[in-house]
Design a protein around this ligand. Structure first.
Ligand code: NAD
Length: 366
């Protein structure tokens, strides 16, 4: 090993269900990328969710948090089991697998969630939108604020003048908006240089502050063009003309709703990577789908969302842009000839492969 080789410490959380299978393939591809592009990855395997409950009795330990904090980035499979049959769901809510995920996001200060939606030319058939719309191209990312807004404001239900009144407070501070706006502009600079702030500034004070702060941050990014869109219009445009979007920046609740809509427009959950970012370059990267307990251990899972999440990690946390692009290109190339069962097609020219073979094909194509 040459002494000056770029070396990164990566936390790896295989998790539950299909998690260990898809992570194994992502690590295979990362190892190949490291070999080809001349850097080194030191992996630290961590427990979270059901696997942590089985081993330590809790879904997240302090030790896991400490180890994750020592890493440059964390790559995760998925956590959780079948909510009906798994014994993890007979535990009280704070001890269930998902509680571990919420806690680690908080402990690592992950305030920006990125969900990538890209429709590959060869997968236009999987898109539920009209072909004429799909052919215009779909390739955008939603940056959703994760730790503020309505979900984290005061919630109360009281009786006023003899009737029940419920209140949820939506509040954002300048610094909460500014730090994610910077991430959004940085992201746009690495992509199509176009940012759309989605808000409801015709009604909400918090949205008006979002606009003000975004306009201020925009001064540092003259190369990025910015536009503003009300959330009701944005939800229409996502299905009417998704090609118009590059980077969408929005607050917590709007992002929650729009990112689910966005996950449908490409039609293939097995292809959607996501990232949750903290201050600086640290981030946690994972596929957008869950742990798919129905197909776990059968070599049926599509590992591509996890492999693409690994590419995002190389780009956004480790600064290995060339390797990230090469992985994305390898995935696109392999999809022209091979698919896992979730993307099965009648085309006899396309080979049907399992999770392991799909990982091998991407690594070999790199
Ligand atoms: P899911 O995403 O796991 O599965 C939904 C459907 O999509 C299933 O039919 C599954 O087989 C299929 N699917 C999902 N990923 C696939 C892949 N890579 N390849 C092929 N098919 C795939 O959603 P669910 O069934 O609602 O949830 C199952 C478990 O996952 C639950 O415990 C849930 O809490 C958990 N979950 C975890 C995360 C996370 O770790 N961030 C996210 C969502 C759900």
């Amino acid at each position: 090993m040459c002494a000056d080789k770029r070396t990164y410490r990566v936390g790896v959380i295989p998790g539950d269900g299909i998690g260990p299978e898809i992570i194994r393939e992502a690590v295979r591809v990362l190892d190949r990328a490291a070999e080809k592009f001349g850097f080194k990855l030191d992996y630290i395997y961590l427990y979270l969710g059901g696997s942590s409950i089985d081993r330590f009795g809790v879904p997240l330990t302090d030790e896991t948090v400490e180890q994750a904090k020592q890493c440059d980035a964390v790559l995760m499979g998925s956590i959780g089991g079948d909510p009906v049959t798994s014994p993890w769901y007979r535990l009280e809510p704070s001890l269930r697998p998902e509680a571990g995920l919420l806690s680690i996001r908080k402990a690592l200060g992950l305030f920006a969630n990125l969900r990538f939606s890209k429709l590959y030319d060869d997968l236009i058939d999987s898109c539920p939108l009209k072909e004429s719309i799909a052919r215009e191209g779909i390739d955008f990312v939603i940056l959703r604020e994760l730790t503020g807004g309505l979900y984290f404001g005061e919630h109360k239900t009281e009786t006023v003048d003899g009737e029940e009144v419920a209140t949820d407070v939506l509040s954002y501070s300048d610094h909460e908006i500014r730090r994610i706006a910077v991430k959004a502009f940085d992201t746009a600079s690495l992509r199509g240089r176009k940012l759309t702030l989605v808000d409801k500034a015709n009604v909400l004070d918090s949205s008006r502050l979002w606009r003000k702060v975004v306009q201020d941050v925009a001064k540092d990014y003259p190369e990025v063009s910015v536009d503003y869109m009300y959330v009701d219009n944005a939800s229409m445009q996502l299905v009417r003309k998704p090609s118009r979007f590059d980077v969408i920046l929005t607050e917590n609740m709007f992002g929650d709703i729009l990112s689910d809509e966005a996950s449908m427009v490409t039609g293939s959950i097995g292809l959607q990577p996501s990232a949750s970012l903290a201050e600086g370059s640290f981030g946690l990267y994972e596929p957008s789908h869950g742990s798919a307990p129905d197909i776990a251990g059968k070599d049926l899972a599509n590992p591509l969302a996890t492999i693409l999440s690994a590419a995002m990690m190389l780009r956004y946390s480790l600064g290995e842009e060339e390797a990230a692009c090469a992985i994305e290109q390898a995935v696109e190339t392999v999809l022209k000839r091979y698919r896992t069962q979730d993307l099965a097609t009648d085309d006899t020219e396309i080979g049907k492969v399992g999770c392991t073979r799909m990982g091998e094909l991407v690594a070999e194509t790199l």
